[in-house]
Design a protein around this ligand. Sequence first.
Ligand code: HGA
Length: 605
Amino acid sequence: MCGIVGAVAQRNIVSVLIEGLRRLEYRGYDSCGVAVLGENGPRRARSVARVADLDEQVHEGHFDGITGIAHTRWATHGAPVTDNAHPIFSKDALALVHNGIIENYETLREMLRGKGYEFVSQTDTEVIAHLIHSVYRGDLFAAVREAIAQLHGAYAIAVLHKDQPHTVVGARQGSPLVVGLGNGENFLASDALALAGSTERFIFLEEGDVCELSLDGVRIVDRDGNEAQREVRQVAAYGGAVELGPYRHFMQKEIFEQPRAITDTIPQADSFDPSIFGEDAGKVFAEIDSLLILACGTSYYSGLTAKYWLESIAKIPTQVEIASEYRYRESVPNPKSLVVVISQSGETADTLAALKHAQSLGHKHTLAVCNVGTSAMVRQTELSFLTHAGREIGVASTKAFTTQLVALFVLAATLAKLRGHLSDEQEAGYLKQLRHLPAALNSVLALEPQIIAWSEEFSRKEHALFLGRGLHYPIALEGALKLKEISYIHAEAYPAGELKHGPLALVTEAMPVVTVAPNDALLEKLKSNIQEVRARGGELYVFADADTKIVNDEGLHVIRMPEHYGLLSPILHVVPLQLLAYHTACARGTDVDKPRNLAKSVTVE
Ligand code: HGA
């Protein structure tokens, strides 16, 4: 996470930097800061409040400059306090912003202390600033190249030096960085979105690249020091202010946008055609014998749901792994397996690293399910499916998750068809159900008032259990994650059959038990699990399909969902859990869209 912006222009670039930070706040919001080059060297403002506060500071301080860098932080090393906020200075001559983690910072800090450098922050970043300063001999580009050769870990950086008034140098290794090309002005940013309004021409730097921005051009060298010609891409990043409309928070708005997001994501074709995943998809799908899904957080839960679909409809063995685990464990590669990576942003560091790891092990077939077409993940995979959720601003993912589920269901149905497991009738049935999904979602959203009534109760609890079975177990996991993320209530999810193997010991009237109860083959088993909780005095909150015959009773609260929606039911059942988490968080007065300690896009390990 962390967001970087840099600019060299012939006009005051402070507003470009501040606007860029506003658009990058999704990457972290522990602190923010900006530095511009003035006559006497770099001048900075930093804030541990939000960008609006920084904006006030730069206005009041009359900040003005044609060369500058800025940063919004998600702290990894050192508390979110002003001293640790970037830009970080070295000897008042050099200013630097950084996204990533320097693993050998302790060794470098000792070495630099030995050379007389004083450390005033707890960040790992400060070593990069002093290191570059220590090797600077009049050429910032050369100094950055020399310094980064000593860094272990991940970084995207932007640096300026008082002796080079029209220069910003950038470098990337493991964290994203794009160059924005203007007329007589050039920019750097973690994401093209930050520069919407300033330019639509971008270069996506590659791993190991170092670049130098000046007024009249951009110079790039690759990791070996060779001059690099990188493709210039036209990206019309929409940077307009996203309106809240009648909603209190973006998360609520995004929950209610799901019918539209799903409509936009469902393929238009009247059949499940592999070409939707890329030109070569038909050939690739014919070669594979299994799937390996790699993802983190909410995306991991969409992968877990997909496993049920892929194995039951397409009859293809599927393994789902947490990306940060997979990348570091010894596994047995199968070159005939399709590696599927799932990420809203397409920049999730652990998932990107897991993808690279899989490729290095000989996995040649890869597919990204992603919400951002220009992202690293889409660029680095053979095939892709873009979800059309639109911009998701709330840190807790909602519409990105349900559109991922749609994408993965389409994948399962497409593979089922190619493998001869889908009759024409089934295909027509699935397509019909998909098309009707937005309407079905609207009737689930209409349950909001009933859920608000429950959320009052929930807001007074400190713990909650979520239960689901089969296809809906990952939905219980996602429901618990939502509640944790934004209401800070401790929540855990279990497959309901596991209750008696341990968690039942936790059940008292102080522990609400949320149960996802669709009318599927496991309903009778689930009903027994519900009785196990009731017998111990537990309070149950059940989302039951209308035809399940589970009714309100002592200690048993029921909200009726629409009729059972077959295999697509998880897409409906997750929505009341999103609403429950949302309204519980509102009742507790938390910062719903920017929950503590989190960030939207997780671009560090
Ligand atoms: N390690 C640096 C930058 C943090 C970062 O990139 N977070 O995503 C710090 O802690 O300031």
